[in-house]
Design a protein around this ligand. Structure first.
Ligand code: KG4
Ligand code: ZN
Length: 316
């Protein structure tokens, strides 16, 4: 994750999914323990792949929230230590701002104002983005994040963690109208989401009919996926229209979803919006998006100091 201006010179992603898979989700204690093992080798590899050394770096950006406190503390402490040893300044970046700004790494990146939908394993929120640094949350999930719903349903179906991609793949061979799962909070004007009722509806269906196989499994995945993508896209387009935006940005891990991408594009364009969909590698968590968010925060005057804390619940 070495970024020069808006160009990523390297983006090394070290994933722990193999470690967490046997537990069906992220185990915080294991995440911190493995973070401390992997963080410096990743920094080393990112510098090497970019063909630079620490001497060439002007600014260190680190995620200081929101997220799992153990992993955040490891990252923040490493940034401080690198800064102390080298004299390079550092800055704390917000993970959600990273998702919203990841698209800046593309040539035809939209400038604010725009409406952003951040949809990941931990968050599902709509942001009215007036300028860099001016983010107003206009809607959010009242219970589970969309990615969390994917991961929980995958677990019920006996699919591997994280469940988004396996369900997405199976859904592509299924009938999205096979089962009519509920859409929560359908009232126009309500920009909040809710996914726990959908997860319960899937669980009840499985209790009544058993866990399906073959075509029936594909149909169930497609029907679940349709319910998620329908709600997400409808409210995002409605929010953009209500707030007078002409641009809509989709981001976060679930923005990798094939059906969501199609529906957001179709429905957004039908309403005259310009829709921006980052490539999949910029949707799921990555270091380049944190470099971009950190650089923007730095330009706004934010500075890290040796007393900087991590904030697991930092709201954008
Ligand atoms: O943004 P992200 O990488 O990490 C968080 O900040 O949470 O998002 C991870 C989430 C997981 O819940 C994963 O199941 C979901 O994104 N995801 C997907 C797809 N790829 C990843 N969900 C639906 N369809 C996908 N293709
Ligand atoms: Zn994320």
């Amino acid at each position: 994750m070495v970024v020069d201006g808006r160009r990523a010179l390297s983006d090394v992603v070290s994933t722990q999914v193999d470690i967490h898979r046997r537990w069906g989700g992220v185990v915080p204690e294991l995440a911190s323990r493995n973070h401390v093992v992997q963080v410096l080798p990743v920094v080393h590899e990112a510098l090497g792949r970019a063909g630079v050394t620490l001497k060439d770096i002007d600014l260190i950006a680190v995620t200081s929230g929101p997220g799992l406190i153990g992993a955040l503390l490891v990252g923040v402490q490493v940034a401080k230590a690198l800064s102390l040893a080298t004299g390079i300044p550092f800055v704390g970046a917000n993970h959600l701002e990273g998702h919203l700004l990841a698209i800046r790494l593309l040539e035809d990146a939209p400038e604010p104002p725009f409406l952003g939908l951040v949809v990941s394993g931990g968050h599902t929120s709509l942001y009215d983005v007036r300028a860099y640094g001016e983010y107003r949350r206009v809607g959010t999930t009242r219970d589970d994040a969309a990615g969390e719903a994917y991961d929980k349903v995958a677990r019920l179906l006996g699919l591997p963690y994280p469940g988004g991609l396996p369900i997405d793949r199976l859904a592509q061979g299924g009938d999205p109208e096979a089962i009519r799962f509920p859409r929560a909070l359908p009232q126009p004007g309500v920009l909040d989401y809710s996914f726990s009722g959908l997860k319960t509806a899937v669980a009840q269906h499985l209790r009544a009919k058993g866990v399906p196989e073959g075509q029936a499994l594909a149909d169930l995945c497609a029907s679940f996926q349709e319910a998620v993508a329908d709600s997400l896209s409808k409210k995002a387009v409605a929010a953009a229209r209500a707030l007078g935006h002409s641009r809509l940005v989709l981001c976060g891990g679930v923005a990798a979803n094939s059906r969501l991408r199609t529906l957001v594009r179709e429905r957004g364009e039908a309403q005259g919006l310009k829709v921006f969909l980052p490539p999949v590698r910029l949707c799921t968590d990555n270091g380049a998006m944190i470099a971009v968010a950190g650089y923007e925060a730095w330009r706004r005057g934010l500075r890290g100091d040796y007393t900087m804390a991590a904030d697991p619940a930092w709201r954008l």
